[in-house]
Design a protein around this ligand. Sequence first.
Ligand SMILES: [Zn+2]
Length: 418
Amino acid sequence: MKKIQLIGLLSIISFLGFAQDMDYTRKIINELCSEKYFGRGYVNNGDSIAACFLEKEFDKIGLEKFSESYYQEYTTDINRFAAMPIFGFDDSLLIPAKDFIVIPSSPEIDGNFKIEWITKTTLTNQWVLRHFLSDDHSENFICIDSTALNNPELYNFANTIFAKNYINAKGVIEGSSRLKYTARTKINSYVNVQIKPELVNNKADSVYLKIENDFVKDYKTRNIVGYIKGKSDSIVFIGGHYDHLGMMGDIMYPGANDNASGVAMVLSIADYYSKGKKPEYTMVFALFSGEEAGLLGSEFMAENPPFELSKVKVMFNFDMVGTGDGGVYMFNAKEYPEIDSLIIDMNKNNEYFVELTTTGPTWSSDHASFYDKGVDAVFVCTHGDNSNYHQPSDIPQDLNLFAYEDIYRFVIDFVKKF
Ligand SMILES: [Zn+2]
């Protein structure tokens, strides 16, 4: 009896030793989403402030550096909106981020502009369409009349075609039920506004806009990278991006799921390997900037790696791992039969995830920069309530972290078995 109790106690202790420290995870996510980081974007240099915090975390964990610093600096052009954009049909203004967003490739603008409506007739009557395509729209905004185009296919077709502004309008107003803010490194010649389709006022003759942009050339940003020397110089590479969308005027995009959750995972795994005995593989940990503006940081690191990419046995990239009640996805895994079958075998009997999907290649996150260089790179992402994607409502309180501990346990076990 006593022996059984002892074994029970030991297994609890060893389980606790292995279990993820969820207080640490929550602390990191809350910290990164707090106001002092301005959404880890470009307004008020939020990404740089976050880098400073994360560099200290790397140091606390005790990671080694490839150079004098954990930083790997590079520059990019970036367009940012430090002032709140204003938009309205005729005189009635809409609410930024909730009713509309301005795509940050837009130039500055201030004034009233005539609206040209694209109706069903515009698209289906050849004569009208031909005129519409050849007319001069350079002082007008074009907008799709969503009530007239009550055919969703036609509406989507028009939205796709006219969102690119092939007709050289002053600006384009797109209807979009999910307003997804983003980050852009270039300015277009026209203004691009996305608005909730139900708020499109078909009766309006004009729009009022005031957008003040601030285009910064050669904005300095940085990746953060460190490592733990293993018995072998073969590398297991763990990464995720720490940047997010920053601010649109006064509105902050905290990016709890995208990707404070992934940063916490990278730090948690780094912390695990820093505490045990020397790992089998050399473990490299990287936090990328510039992901939301187009995988900038990971591309820079893939072009200028501080370690030999050919030594990387596998890379795990974590981007949006704060849910999981809708399953866990390991993108790219199917590209590598050995990795894919190990993942699937390990999860037999739902040992880690009730729902696990492995897929072929995607290019939607930082793993892609390394995948394109021939590195075996897997992108781990959780599904669940992802309706807050690129919204100001992507906040820590709403993350259930359903699969978080299982992913942590899985990666550590995977590296042991690999
Ligand atoms: Zn992301």
